[in-house]
Write a protein that binds this ligand. Structure first.
Ligand code: NDP
Length: 247
């Protein structure tokens, strides 16, 4: 183990933006805790990172279950003594119109997209406060800035993440030397659209992907590295990153 390395925890690391971010953080020499529910995916990513000379650890974790988050945080603290970077990235986007009343999907989005961010922050924050340093990244979206039909509840969850990020930064950055960055991506190619059960909206996303070149997870990972590598006196509070053709 590299005792100089920084320690990161990335939620939703089993695919898409989270997996790409974990790889880039590891390539920078950080030791990365990979958190998600699909352990097989995490194990494959650990192997991939190790093959490139990096270090990572698979942490089976559900952001809706505080006990599983505590267990994952505990593993990192026991093993490495601290957590320097938290990437609150896990999220869901099952689209539908409000009058379709897919209440279970709304509940799931609120649980994962909002409560997941709060739960994980609550678990890691005391360690960052003790260290008097840290950097928390929260994954909002273009949908946190602007409302789209079919994304109403998703937009509400991502607006909540943006508001939480703002308040969190104002409270903890000056007091505890912990930077907070809210990332707001436009369309990124990932598995996010696979959960859309409404055939019209699923088709709409497929059509959108044919009309423009989506961002890749690695593009968002690069923006995270930009904020992370900024000088210590500088907190990149917000990053709004779009495919050029999305406008
Ligand atoms: P993916 O579907 O590829 O990744 C979502 C990740 O979230 C998976 O690793 C999944 O892991 C994890 N996840 C879902 N539920 C839980 C849970 N209960 N506990 C722990 N992990 C969970 O999509 P993206 O990479 O695109 O999405 C990542 C983030 O980026 C999301 O917050 C999304 O809203 C946001 N975003 C995405 C955009 C896009 O266009 N793709 C645009 C703007 C923002 P597992 O299933 O293994 O638990």
């Amino acid at each position: 183990m590299n005792t100089e390395a920084k320690i990161a925890l990335v939620t939703g690391a089993s695919s898409g933006i989270g997996a790409a971010t974990a790889k880039k953080l590891a390539a920078q020499g950080m030791i990365v805790g990979l958190a998600a529910r699909r352990k097989d995916r995490l194990d494959a990513l650990v192997a991939d990172i190790e093959l490139s000379g990096g270090e990572a650890i698979a942490l089976e974790m559900d952001v809706v279950e505080p006990a599983s988050i505590e267990a994952a945080t505990h593993i990192l603290i026991e093993r490495y003594g601290r957590i320097d970077v938290l990437v609150n990235n896990a999220g869901l986007m099952p689209l539908s119109d409000v009058d379709a009343l897919k209440i279970n999907e709304w509940k799931r989005m609120i649980d994962v997209n909002i409560n997941g961010v709060l739960n994980t922050t609550a678990s890691v924050l005391p360690h960052m406060i003790r260290q008097h340093r840290g950097h928390i990244f929260n994954m909002s979206s273009i949908a946190g800035r602007k409302v789209f039909t079919g994304l109403t509840v998703y937009c509400a969850t991502k607006a909540a993440v943006a508001a939480f990020s703002d308040g969190l930064r104002m409270e903890i950055a000056p007091k505890h030397n912990i930077r907070v960055t809210c990332i707001q991506p436009g369309a990124v190619r990932s598995e996010l659209y696979d959960q859309i059960t409404d055939p019209t909206y699923r088709q709409q996303m497929d059509d959108l992907a044919k009309r423009m070149t989506f961002l890749e997870g690695g593009d968002i990972a690069d923006t995270i590295l930009f904020a992370l590598n900024a000088p210590k006196h500088m907190d990149v509070a917000e990053l709004f990153v779009l495919p050029t053709e999305q406008g």
